[in-house]
Design a protein around this ligand. Structure first.
Ligand code: NAD
Length: 502
């Protein structure tokens, strides 16, 4: 649990927690009550420089540590995170607001990435071809880059930092994490557990701050690679700035995810899946379903969907019956309420209005109740913007081709799904939809980390996806070595077969 006397949380530099000298601090709130939990310091440029200098020095040694030894430390880290999963989840739920089961899931999905890091010796293999020419072999090896950085969002304060630093560090890099300023206790806890596992000092630093802190890091000449996860605007800026300073960069961005409902789908499964995937974690997931595309007569199920959504109980994570928690901040709540208002004014039918919701036990929290709009059109603000709240939009189309056209015209391409009992509908959908992650009768198709997280279009800027399989390529350089070997004794006399090609 977070200590209740508000204090300034430390930075984590060179394996130690240190108080920042910065006078620039912001409050960290409990989103269920809006009580101040602590203050987060915005690190000074000297503190950032120091963390980078330490990481640069540590890299020289760390890259020489044998890969199995590096991986073995991550086995320890995986066990420690598992043992402390509930403790981390409590800290996370308190500062982020998501319910306890979701908070544990957030930690668990991060642990799965650490498990991927444990496979490093098998993943970091290069390639070899013997005899590319007579007595000449070619092989490639993967080598670490140096000091890397990661900038992470508020909505998964355990999972997303863990998408980045374990895979980067196991490849032999050192890493500076700049987590969200809105829930910084969880990343500090991840760093504390990391250090207690016996990793050498200086491999990981956690530098707190905001946009300027992130920009300072990504423009620093020592930083070799930048991983970003956050809003579309943030991703575009980070992508442009990092590539302008000629760095390797990948930026995971915002989303608008559609679920297609065919009339041949299982109705109960559709309603349950739409209810959970739209409002779970208060809709603050980049893979949340925010648009239900009803094909033909499946729209007859909308009244039952409304009933199901209306039963949801938003409350604090301390309430065991909470289906979902508050939004992260009063500003987020205000934004979501203003979008609901715009939806009404632009002509969508508001079937369920969560904007008036008041929590009996947590009246000061940033709660918004489940909200359902019908007859939504592509030119409405509620469709064009990512709402990031418990708001589901219904769109009605005549057939699967129209559903595909509607989705493919959306600029985002993070996740989508289809609910159907027809193999040919499912096959056509998965083949033709221009979205990176596709669920067939699965509402939120997030791949496990032995695959990659593969957003398309405006949902991802870069070329290799840091999470999962391709992360090893992102965090390493490939070196190709071509070697000529001396002929062995008597070899010359045996080399008399020649191939003549026309
Ligand atoms: P955000 O963009 O406001 O902040 C994310 C991080 O970037 C924070 O650490 C913040 O300090 C920093 N930041 C913000 N603007 C920046 C800028 N212009 N330059 C440099 N750094 C900047 O995002 P958020 O509100 O914390 O998170 C929610 C957003 O993240 C949603 O849009 C959601 O879809 C997206 N998200 C995407 C994925 C994905 O994999 N595609 C996963 C999770 C969240």
């Amino acid at each position: 649990m977070i200590d209740k006397s508000p204090k300034t949380i430390p930075l984590f530099i060179g394996g130690e927690f240190v108080q920042s000298k910065s006078s620039d601090k912001k409050e960290v709130y409990d989103p269920s009550t809006n009580e101040v939990l602590s203050y987060v310091p915005y690190a000074t440029s000297q503190e950032i420089d120091k963390s980078i200098e330490i990481a640069k020095e540590a890299f020289k040694q760390w890259r020489e540590v044998p890969v199995p030894e590096r991986a073995r430390l991550f086995f320890k880290y995986q066990k420690a995170l598992k043992d402390q999963q509930d403790d981390i989840a409590k800290i996370l739920a308190e500062e982020n607001g998501k319910n306890f089961e979701d908070a544990k899931g957030d930690v668990w999905r991060g642990i799965e990435v650490v498990e991927q890091a444990c496979h490093a010796p098998a993943l970091i293999m290069g390639e070899t071809v013997e005899n590319v020419s007579r007595n000449i072999d070619t092989h490639s090896i993967l080598q670490p880059l140096g000091v890397c950085t990661g900038i992470t969002p508020f909505n998964f304060p355990a999972m997303i930092p863990l998408w980045m630093f374990p895979l980067s560090i196991v490849c032999g890099n050192t890493f500076i994490l700049k987590p969200s300023e809105q829930d910084p206790h969880t990343p500090n806890k991840l760093a504390e557990i990391f250090q207690n596992c016996g990793f050498p000092k200086g491999l990981l630093s956690v530098i707190h701050g905001g946009v300027d802190t992130a920009n300072y890091l990504l423009e620093h000449p020592t930083i070799k690679a930048v991983s970003f996860v956050g809003s579309a605007q943030g991703a575009e800026s980070v992508y442009k700035k990092s590539s302008a300073s000629l760095k390797r960069v990948q930026a995971f961005a915002g989303a608008k995810n559609h679920m297609v409902v065919m009339p041949d789908a299982d109705k109960d499964q559709v309603i349950k899946s739409l209810t959970g995937s739209s409002c779970g974690a208060a809709g603050q997931r980049c893979m949340a379903i925010s648009v239900a595309v009803f094909v033909g007569s499946s729209s007859d199920w909308i009244p039952e969907l409304k009933e199901s959504l209306a039963k949801l109980h938003p409350s604090s994570w301390k309430d065991k019956k909470a289906d979902f928690g508050p939004l992260i901040s009063p500003a987020s709540r205000k934004r979501v309420l203003s979008l609901i208002e715009k939806g009404k004014n632009e002509g969508a039918s508001l079937l369920l209005d969560g904007s008036q919701f008041q929590s009996k036990h947590y009246p000061k929290g940033n709660f918004v109740g489940p909200t359902l709009f019908d007859h939504v059109k592509a030119d409405m603000s509620i469709y064009k913007e990512e709402i990031f709240g418990p708001v589901l939009l219904c769109v009605r189309v005549k057939d699967l081709d129209s559903a595909l056209e509607f989705i493919n015209n959306n600029p985002y391409g993070n996740g989508t799904s289809i609910f159907t009992s027809s193999g040919s509908h499912a096959r056509k959908f998965q083949h033709e939809v221009e979205v990176g992650q596709v669920g067939v009768n699965i509402p939120i198709p997030v791949p496990l980390p032995f695959f990659s997280f593969t957003g398309w279009k405006r949902s991802f800027l870069g070329d290799l996806h840091a999470y999962g399989k391709q992360a090893i390529r992102f965090y390493t350089e490939t070196k190709t070595i071509i070697s000529r070997w001396p002929e062995t004794e008597n070899q010359g006399s045996k080399l008399n077969m020649t191939i003549k090609m026309k």
